[in-house]
Ligand binder design. Structure first.
Ligand code: SAM
Length: 325
């Protein structure tokens, strides 16, 4: 069950924060948890968003609990310090929120400030290969460094453009859906939106006149790409959180478990660079950059599968074109 997977290392008998539960919480205050809820929108705005979304049953609006901390979660550290709670939080849980954050390094630093030693940050994160971000490039550490040093408070116009220009839908029985299950769906079912001109027009407007907070996926990950960035940040001393585990993808999401250390960890160059090389090679495979590490049989199989997929898509598009009056 997802709840068990995300809370694998968290002691939920203590004081916790759930970031952005929206209408789909991991834990609730009404079940007796000593929980603070944070979201960039206040309770009424979130309830209105549910009522206005045709894909969500509007009855679920009433299930949304009071938001205690309204603000960009990137500023969690400041908010918690202002409330006099720094160092007193036992666990922070966040499901499908981390990818929304305009300034992830600031969030991770804030989480470490909020947590008591030994406290855990547990996150469920969508795998970009299975979601509507399928055609977007994975976020790099340099993107996060820019956001951190520019003290970004909302998604940049470039991020909003990238998200809008490269959205895709997973076509299931001819109907668009937000994503697929990597365990049994073929990624060939993703259909890119035809939204480039509108995305560019909105970008030009936003550059001239920055508007309200735009909620988009600022970050695009798969497990190895996110683990690499987290370990790099830890090694650089930019975050004070150790990686306990980054799970493989299950369906369309994976789970990230970080802990504020109680004792110093092995940060030797040798251990760090060994793991880093493994992650870089895994990423290179995932991105299809090179066939190295694969035997000649696997390289051939990959080439044939790729060619078959291309033919299948061409055939499907040709059939569709014939059907269109
Ligand atoms: C996709 S929903 C996640 C809902 C739920 N946790 C789940 O797993 O289905 C994303 C939530 O993140 C919130 N959000 C977006 N940007 C945020 C930010 N910068 N800081 C805090 N919350 C944010 C949205 O208001 C929304 O409630």
């Amino acid at each position: 069950m997802k709840r068990d997977l995300i809370l694998k290392y968290a002691d939920t008998s203590g004081k916790g924060i759930e970031v952005a539960p929206y209408f789909n919480p991991v834990l609730t205050k009404r079940d007796g948890h000593d929980l603070l809820i944070m979201d960039v929108f206040d309770t009424e705005t979130l309830r209105d968003r549910v009522r206005d979304d045709p894909l969500i049953d509007s009855a679920r609006a009433t299930e949304i609990e009071e938001v205690d901390l309204v603000g960009d979660a990137s500023r969690l550290g400041e908010v918690i310090a202002r409330a006099g709670l720094a160092g007193s939080i036992d666990y922070i849980v966040s499901s499908h929120n981390f990818e929304h954050l305009p300034n992830p390094i600031l969030f991770l630093r804030g989480a470490a400030e909020a947590l008591a030693p030994g406290g855990v940050l547990s996150m469920a994160v969508p795998d970009c290969r299975a979601s509507f971000d399928h055609f977007r490039m994975p976020t790099r550490l340099s993107d996060w460094l820019a956001a951190y040093h520019e003290e970004r408070r909302q998604p940049s116009p470039e991020t909003v453009f990238d998200s809008a220009a490269n959205q895709a839908a997973y076509m299931r029985d001819g109907k668009p859906t937000p994503g697929c299950n990597l365990a049994f769906d073929t990624p060939a079912g993703f259909e890119p939106d035809r939204n480039l001109a509108q995305a560019y027009a909105a970008y030009v407007t936003a550059r001239d006149t920055p508007g309200d907070y735009q909620d988009v996926h600022c970050n695009v990950f798969f497990p190895e790409s996110l683990e690499l960035m987290l370990r790099d940040l830890r090694h650089l001393g930019l975050i004070e959180l150790d990686v306990i585990e980054v799970s493989p993808t299950r369906g369309l999401e994976f789970f990230v478990h970080l802990r504020k250390p109680t004792t110093p960890q092995d940060t030797s160059d040798a251990a760090f660079y060994t793991r880093r090389k493994d992650l870089l090679i895994a990423m290179s495979h995932q991105l299809g950059v090179a066939g190295f590490g694969l035997g000649p049989g696997a390289v051939l199989r990959r080439a044939i599968t790729g060619r078959l997929n291309t033919w299948r898509i061409r055939l499907k598009n040709r059939r569709k074109a014939h059907k269109t009056p």
